[in-house]
Ligand binder design. Structure first.
Ligand code: BEZ
Length: 211
């Protein structure tokens, strides 16, 4: 059965381009982004891993550790990385799992046989410091992901974790957020001192608390 939000992210040991890791131990108290790509030396993947490397500072700011995976071996990853660096004018600065035995791919249900028997699809898992899965995404091989959107979701998840607020459709960092339904309006008035805009009893906006 595929993994669901709130499930504990399965632990594993794997070889990566930065040495062997035990996943949970490697995550420590950080948030995690585990994402698969179909294959090394392919065009869309080359842009995706480059974009992720270019966003290193943004992931670090949010305390997110990044980990890529495909079913290619270590030698292939290590031969491909210079291409990613050259094409994107960056340096791949996160580990890539060599999952030729498909252990991680199977644990995280990253191979969708009706799409490809052999390769992982573009899966995304955001994992919280409690090791629970907070976001899953699945993209086809032909569509490169929007890594700024992944950062936007992390911002939303961290706001919810820290301030009991949710984010509305198309929310961008700095815009008003929504008080979660579990907080009463009476409590919200005390908690959100920047003010409340009560559009409906269940739709209460407040300025972003960490701005
Ligand atoms: C790519 O990364 O460009 C790609 C990989 C598999 C199928 C289609 C595109």
């Amino acid at each position: 059965m595929s993994l669901r939000l709130g499930d504990i992210a399965p632990d594993f040991e794997a070889n990566t381009t930065q040495g062997p890791i035990k996943f949970h131990e490697w995550l420590g108290d950080s948030w995690g982004l585990l994402f698969s790509h179909p294959a090394d030396f392919t065009p869309v993947c080359t842009t995706e891993l480059g974009k992720t490397a270019l966003l290193k500072g943004e992931f670090e700011k949010r305390n997110v550790k990044v980990l890529a995976v495909s079913v290619d071996d270590l030698d292939s990853h290590n031969r491909w990385i210079p291409d990613i660096n050259e094409v994107n004018d960056t340096e791949v600065n996160f580990p890539i799992i060599a999952d030729e035995g498909r252990q991680v791919a199977q644990l995280y249900d990253m191979i969708h046989p009706n799409a490809s028997e052999k390769a992982t699809v573009r899966s995304v898992f955001v994992i919280g410091p409690d090791k629970k899965i907070k976001l899953t995404l699945t993209y086809p091989a032909s569509t490169g992901r929007n890594f700024n959107e992944i950062l936007r979701v992390v911002d939303s998840l961290q706001l919810t974790a820290n301030y009991s607020v949710a984010t509305p459709a198309d929310w961008k960092d700095g815009e008003d957020v929504i008080v979660v339904p579990a907080v009463s309006t009476e409590d919200a008035q005390k908690k959100f001192t920047k003010g409340l805009n009560i559009v409906k009893p269940y739709l209460r906006y407040t300025p972003q608390p960490n701005k």
